[in-house]
Design a protein around this ligand. Structure first.
Ligand code: NDP
Length: 419
């Protein structure tokens, strides 16, 4: 039996919390703590009649370490599941360190203010040394390894779908299908339609920052960076159909390059329709994706945050979104001296997710593995002092729990490869 504290109460947290409540045998007590406590209270009211898990709520500013420490010390959770934004990762890790409590998240750290000169110095050095220019990278969180070890606590980083499940898929493939893995293509296909001309499926600010940045992939021991959206492929996704997909930088590439011995190339592709790309380009061209504040009628406004206020809240897309997602890894390697390729993937139906927990599949495919990752840690199955990504543990119990809680997987041993 475990007591968990979830920080954040947005789209992903809504699903993870629903799944925690379906899993009262493991999580008998839950605190939902977020900036807007009314959202936590509303979720508690909805879920309390359906679960044996005892739910409490609290208001917390996760940018304030002292507030977090006071709350964690008062509630005494076994683990903290961070489902706020990547901006809060380090503050929450610092609070967990001080309170000696295990830490879990779904996305790696990036700063809210990318003009901060201290952060810029480190960022510019990293861009030069490693050769990719995404705002996020693992170095900030991997830097906690020794501190977490000394405190005897576990940090599980990036247990959403991608990153998260995609890294577990790679570890599972290595354990059961290959002696050595050489090529990994991670494909993220959203075949869903929400009916709006333009909306993002998760936090717009994080999403638009990610997809408007240059792409990059790992090849022969180094990063290759390319202009945004400049590598395009078509792929016929099982249960979804033919889609255009584009090469993006993505955080699990960094961890897999470190943890999969002998890997020669790792790429990440995400599907986008032409209308999404045209809207995004236009918003970028007029400066609406900028994170630099501008003065407007006496107020400081951050353009991308203002845009977020105009766009549909991803948490409200559930009832309108139809279609399926297909996310997985095409993996080529060697088994018993012979080359082979598999596609290991999950298909998730937006409307089925909505019927079950009131969300679309993007929040669902992130929220389920967030709960599963937290369960691995609190059950002691994935528990060792330090900070780790999901490819560094035994994939079997995680995969079993994923299937049980709504994300079954398929292994196709004769897939089409991506050129
Ligand atoms: P939302 O914007 O829907 O939710 C974020 C929540 O965090 C909101 O409830 C927000 O509060 C709260 N929050 C923000 N700042 C603070 C703060 N300073 N203190 C306390 N609470 C705060 O985001 P999503 O649910 O879409 O995404 C959640 C996380 O999941 C993100 O880190 C995202 O990058 C990650 N993600 C990971 C994926 C994966 O596959 N690995 C895929 C999709 C998302 P308020 O309600 O007041 O706004």
């Amino acid at each position: 039996m475990a007591r968990i504290m979830v920080i954040g109460c947005g789209g992903v947290a809504g699903v993870a919390i629903a799944k925690i409540c379906q899993n009262s045998e493991v999580f008998d007590e839950l605190m939902i703590a977020s900036r807007t406590v009314a959202k936590c209270d509303a979720l508690k009211e909805k879920l309390a009649p359906t679960t044996k898990t005892k739910i409490t709520t609290a208001k917390v500013d996760a940018d304030n370490k002292d507030e977090l420490v006071a709350l964690i010390n008062a509630y005494k959770p076994d683990a903290v599941l961070n489902l706020a934004l990547p901006y809060q990762d380090l503050t929450i890790m610092d609070a967990c360190l001080e309170c000696k409590v295990d830490y879990i998240d779904t996305a790696n750290y990036e700063p809210e203010d990318t003009d901060d000169p201290e952060w810029r110095k480190v960022y510019d050095k990293r861009c030069k040394e490693l050769g990719f220019s995404a705002y996020f990278d693992y170095s900030w969180q991997w830097a906690y390894m020794e501190k977490f070890k000394a405190a005897g606590i576990t940090g599980l980083l990036g247990t959403g779908f991608d990153p998260g499940v995609t890294s577990v898929f790679a570890a599972y493939a290595l354990k059961h299908y290959f002696d050595e893995i050489h090529y990994i293509d991670i494909l993220d296909c959203n075949g869903g339609d929400h009916g709006y001309p333009f909306a993002t499926n998760f936090n717009p600010e994080i999403n638009l920052r990610e997809v408007s940045a240059p792409g990059s992939y790992w090849e022969n021991g180094k990063w290759v960076e390319i202009p945004a959206m400049s590598i395009k492929r078509e792929y016929d996704f099982p249960e979804v159909g033919m889609k255009d997909m584009y090469l993006l930088h993505h955080e699990e590439i960094e961890a897999l390059a470190k943890n999969i011995p002998g890997v020669k190339r790792i790429r990440f592709f995400m599907t986008f329709g032409q209308s999404y790309l045209t809207h995004m380009k236009c918003l970028e061209n007029v400066g609406m994706l900028s994170t630099t504040p501008v003065e407007f009628e006496g107020h400081q406004i951050v353009p991308i945050q203002f845009l977020k206020a105009l766009l549909p809240d991803p948490a409200t897309l559930g009832p309108r979104t139809v279609g399926k997602t297909n996310i997985g890894n095409i993996i080529t390697g060697v088994k018993d001296g012979k080359e082979k390729t598999i596609y290991i993937y999950n298909v998730c139906d937006h409307q089925e997710c909505y019927r079950e927990v009131g969300s679309q599949a993007i929040s669902y495919t992130t929220g389920v593995p967030a709960m599963v990752g937290a369960m691995m840690v609190v059950k002691g199955l994935w528990k060792k002092p330090g900070v780790f990504t999901t490819d560094e543990f035994d994939p079997d119990p995680y995969m079993e729990a994923l299937a049980k809680f709504g994300l079954p997987f398929v292994v196709d041993e004769n897939p089409t490869v991506v050129e």
